[in-house]
Design a protein. Structure first.
Length: 356
């Protein structure tokens, strides 16, 4: 029996990084006339585009492979890398909206530039300078994502349909992000609402749409795109549910975020919604009032205990398993090339089995 091909996570991530580095080098040449301030922004862009498992790019790559063998792997790699630029844009904006202090173990962009402003003793408000920088960097990265896909080097008749999906993807992310902001402002969300936020803010753009973009670049039919949704959408939901678990129970050494960061930020996730629905009055009010406030390590551990004792963490784990099973069933039943099935199973495991 011939062994199924595997997805080499490390080698692929290196290839994506090299592609992104080369793209930023091109941008640096184009923007050189703007001087040292532009260089400062480009240096931060390089940081924003560094690191990570490159799962979105990988799903784009194997979405193409599920439909057809690539005819120009280098061009396809540039198209896949565009998903990572979109992701970086979303993270920069998300960190500012959530008032996050860190990203991957270093200061978030708005915090880093506020500190830079202070270190130089500049006039004006350091926080405003940091906020403006984060907004502009996120916008620049969003522009670059479109440019990198549009100029990837594949034929226009293939890039055009992929750009149509990319347009939809970006609209879903922005609208999903606003839904999340609105939910946080209201200070409440039931499980259904939390799942809607999860689906449009993260699940679709993390897995389903990257698969669709890769498949569109391969000339996929509507039936093939729909089959990829059967695999990608439940897997994307499971992926974000795992992220929500990590946001409460994750090891800071693994996540690059402080312990219980989602609790401090007051995120009304599916995990929190299940917890609040299960808690008795006093415990319900304790968790509800504590969300989004400065918490000591002891208070974070207390709230973690309430979540565990409510059964919500266990319920979310069950839901992750159910969604992953649905996804893998669709993968086995779908009209996909045999060469892609093994790597797509491997990616499903990577997306949902991250360590707490």
């Amino acid at each position: 029996m011939t062994a199924e091909p595997a997805h080499d996570v490390s080698a692929f991530a290196d290839q994506v990084q090299q592609t992104l580095d080369a793209f930023v080098d091109e941008q640096a040449i184009r923007l050189a006339a703007l001087g040292p301030d532009a260089t400062l922004l480009l240096d931060e862009a390089r940081i924003a585009l560094s690191g990570g498992k490159r799962l979105r790019a990988a799903f784009c790559w194997w979405g193409h492979q599920a439909v057809a063998e690539p005819t120009d792997p280098a061009a396809l790699l540039r198209a896949c890398a565009a998903l990572e630029v979109l992701h970086a844009s979303a993270l920069v904006h998300d960190d500012y909206m959530d008032a996050s202090d860190t990203r991957r173990g270093r200061p978030a962009t708005h915090r880093a530039f506020a500190a830079h402003h202070r270190s130089l003793g500049l006039p004006g408000d350091p926080e405003q300078y940091g906020a403006a920088t984060a907004i502009l960097l996120g916008d620049l990265l969003l522009t670059w994502a479109d440019e990198l896909l549009r100029r990837c080097g594949l034929p226009l008749e293939r890039v055009g349909p992929a750009l149509d999906v990319f347009d939809l993807c970006r609209s879903e992310v922005v609208a999903g992000q606003f839904l999340d902001v609105s939910v946080q402002a209201r200070g409440k969300a039931d499980v259904t609402t939390a799942m809607t936020v999860l689906r449009f803010k993260s699940a679709k753009y993390s897995i389903e749409r990257p698969l669709h973009i890769g498949a569109a670049l391969a000339g996929a039919t509507p039936e093939q795109l729909e089959a990829l949704t059967g695999y990608g959408l439940p897997l994307g939901e499971a992926f974000q549910l795992r992220d929500d678990q990590l946001g409460v129970f994750g090891d800071p050494a693994v996540t690059g975020k402080p312990a219980g960061d989602d609790l401090v930020e007051g995120k009304r996730t599916v995990l929190v919604a299940h917890t609040l629905a299960a808690l008795e009055s006093a415990d319900h009010d304790r968790l509800d009032s504590a969300l989004g406030t400065a918490l000591t390590d002891a208070e974070v551990e207390e709230l973690r205990g309430l979540i565990r004792d409510s059964g919500a963490a266990e319920r979310v784990e069950e839901l992750i398993d159910e969604l992953t099973t649905t996804s893998l069933r669709a993968l086995e039943e779908g009209p996909f090339r045999a060469e892609a099935r093994g790597p797509l199973r491997q990616l499903a495991d990577a997306a949902t089995r991250r360590t707490l």
